[in-house]
Design a binder for this molecule. Structure first.
Ligand code: OGA
Ligand code: NI
Length: 367
């Protein structure tokens, strides 16, 4: 158990086993994709093996103009669009969000530079057994689990006691300062978006913020090197974000994020300087299932590496999570039981990556 002051983290990484990573593969001149990365027929992305696949961006996720939220004559319409996006898609993009473009340019630049450093340098920041932070690859829990074609660097921003500065790269120069500056901006934007989401449901403006507020914020940079057969692999396995809300900065030039809608995987169109916002499992529970946490994944590209930067925000570990009473009535029976956030996280990490089903197994109301 952890102490209520977040003094230490539970041993969530204990099942991590060591596997040959993408870095090692990149050193070799591969003629084919190693078996451990080749997905089953059902999981393979339906795309051409050729390089720049033409994605169909028809009917893409809604785009919210934060500039309009500040204008009295447009506000109502834009807030309504947020509600619709959350209900229909669980995803939307925000533009005119006020985060300086120069900061976005520089966080992407240093992110790419970090992943291009020699392996020996990056390994100074490797994920240690039992930890959730550092440089490594996604969650590997079993010998026969398929591997993602990607690397990541995860850093906890808050609570401050969980910041592990030993894992914060000191190179490229300015890395720490830029990461800090970016995360401060994201935190402020997250607060605004949470208040707007609450407004779409006629909940108190601080309904989500008082649970998430200063609680837990983690940044994860995902780096997907080019892959000789993008049609066979996944950069990031299908999953639903277990947190409250995620803000993702995509690569402007290289698409890769796909969301599961209907029975299709839809590629999210990159919009320069936009942030992709998605509802996580905790908001799904708190809205009694009205807003859904949608499964998504990342695909790779044949010629170009892709960087994405996700910032996750979640409640404190000791918070109690349950659906808003305002969203429960005869027509909308309570779908989820009450639980402690940390118990849910323990359960999630003990299962490994298996989409979102575990939320229902864990928290669905049993009649
Ligand atoms: C994530 C995620 C998608 C991407 O980090 O949780 O879904 O495009 N990333 O990298
Ligand atoms: Ni995700």
């Amino acid at each position: 158990m952890i102490s209520a002051d977040f003094g230490s983290l539970p041993n969530w990484g204990r099942s991590l086993i060591s596997v040959e990573g993408i870095d090692e593969l990149a050193k070799r001149k591969l003629q084919e994709v190693p078996e451990r990365y080749v997905r089953s027929d059902e999981e393979r992305p339906a795309m051409l093996a050729s390089s720049f696949h033409q994605f169909d961006y028809q009917q893409n996720i809604p785009v919210i103009d934060m500039g309009k939220i500040a204008q009295a004559q447009h506000r109502e319409e834009e807030v309504r669009k947020i509600g619709e996006a959350c209900e229909e898609w669980g995803f939307f993009q925000v533009v005119n969000h006020g985060i300086p473009h120069s900061l976005i340019d520089s966080i992407k630049k240093i992110g790419k530079e970090f992943f291009q450093l020699p392996l020996e340098t990056k390994q100074k920041y490797s994920v240690r057994p039992g930890d959730l932070q550092g440089y490594g690859q996604t969650f590997v829990v079993s010998e026969n689990q398929k591997l993602d074609w990607g690397n990541l660097l995860g850093l906890i921003m808050s609570p401050p006691e969980c910041r592990d500065m030993n894992l914060w790269p000191t190179e490229p120069a300015g890395f720490r300062e830029k990461v800090d500056a970016y995360n401060i901006e994201i935190k402020s934007l997250t607060g605004q978006i949470l208040a707007l989401i609450a407004e779409t449901l006629q909940l108190q403006p601080d309904f989500f913020e008082k649970k998430f507020g200063d609680a837990y914020q983690k940044m994860r940079m995902n780096y997907y090197p080019p892959c000789l057969r993008p049609d066979l692999v996944l950069g990031l396995s299908a999953h639903a974000d277990m947190v409250g809300l995620t803000l993702l900065l995509q690569d402007d030039e290289v698409p890769g994020l796909q969301i599961h809608k209907g029975d299709q995987w839809k590629t999210v169109q990159p919009i320069p300087y936009a942030l992709v916002v998605n509802i996580g499992n905790i908001i799904e529970v708190m809205t009694n299932g009205r807003y859904k946490s949608i499964e998504h994944r990342a695909v790779t590209n044949k010629e170009k590496a892709r960087l994405s930067i996700a910032v996750f925000c979640a409640p404190g570990f000791t918070e109690e999570i349950s659906p808003a009473p305002e969203l429960i009535d005869e027509d909308h029976p309570c779908l989820f039981r009450r639980f402690i956030h940390q118990d849910y996280m323990d359960n999630y990490f003990s299962r490994g990556v298996e989409g979102k089903n575990s939320l229902y197994e864990y928290a669905a109301m049993k009649n």
